[in-house]
Design a protein around this ligand. Sequence first.
Ligand SMILES: *Cc1c(COP(=O)(O)O)cnc(C)c1O
Length: 387
Amino acid sequence: MPKLPIYLDNNATTPTDPRVLDVMLPYFTEKFGNAASRHHAFGWTAEDAVDLAREQAASLIGASPEELIFTSGATESVNMALKGVFEAYRSKGNHIITLATEHSCVLDTCRYIERSGGKVTYLPVQPDGLLNIEMLRAAITAETILISVMYANNETGVIQPMEDIGRIAGEKSIIFHTDATQGAGKIPLNVDTGGIGLLSFSAHKLYGPKGAGALFVRRKNPRVRLTPLIEGGGHEKGLRSGTLNVPGIVGFGKACEVCLTQMEKDGQKLSLLRDKLESGLLEIPGTALNGNTHNRLPHVSNIRFAGLKGDLLMSAMPDLAISSGSACTSASPEPSHVLTAMGLSEEEARSSLRFSLGRFTEETDIDFAVNICRNAIESLRDSTKHS
Ligand SMILES: *Cc1c(COP(=O)(O)O)cnc(C)c1O
């Protein structure tokens, strides 16, 4: 019997790995120094810890440590990347290309940029969630300064063709940003693939603490310039002033290190569990899978339950923690913009649920989850039949 409720919402956030928490704790108490204090041992201790974390986080994405700017998480990194490029490259152009299926932190930042005089193209996706590379090529204009395409989708797990996108961006000397919040730490990922210029990721999606993240900013071939959003003491090369969140950064670094050593093993285990979950759920009449099944993360499954309302189904399953879309947009009653962009009707989108497994998911969790779903669906379908 697994511990209830069963957590299958790891794309919303992951628990902090105990190994990560252990290394963080001293930085709240005896090692509390400010990493910018240059004149005493308290400061040096904190600075050394931040340096190590920067190396660990950079290694995860194949970057060098000087190319990482620590932030409060991916939302901030994305804002910094998009607004920062828009400001810094205004003389070159004002056009940005992104995807209709991006996370709200990209889409909402793009809307802000449009209000500030920018032009944004929101490319549609194919029914399987993948970008059409020819449409990307066709959308480029002389004014295009930035292409922002997510590495892997948070709702479906679909992985975009980074190499192809990067090649096109490189040919046209356009900066390539990727929101890799869901890919980093889960699948092997390297900023040199496709010559990624900017990459956003976040600690709490890879078994680190909430409130820490980073933006990779390429330093050469080509160097990417950014206008800072936050002015202050000149921390983080002047790009992100403010006292560093040392415990959070230490945890972020450790979490990246653990992911790097464990990614392959975790991925193998999770894809088996995910397959087990899917085969169990797809046996239920009227269920179907959303999204491409070849290019996807190992631990995510987005499933449509014909004729049922996802929200009702979830409330019939209090022992199962899953989601009907992104946690960041689930406050709104709109159907998932990701699924409707893939061509699903509003009703189909509303009947879809996301299951996201994680490092601490066990086989018994999956068996239980399938049973919970099966029972809830049967009783919901029975009750609508009789009413
Ligand atoms: C969670 C998530 C974000 C936001 O990350 P925070 O660190 O919570 O700000 C951005 N993009 C994607 C794809 C996400 O899944």
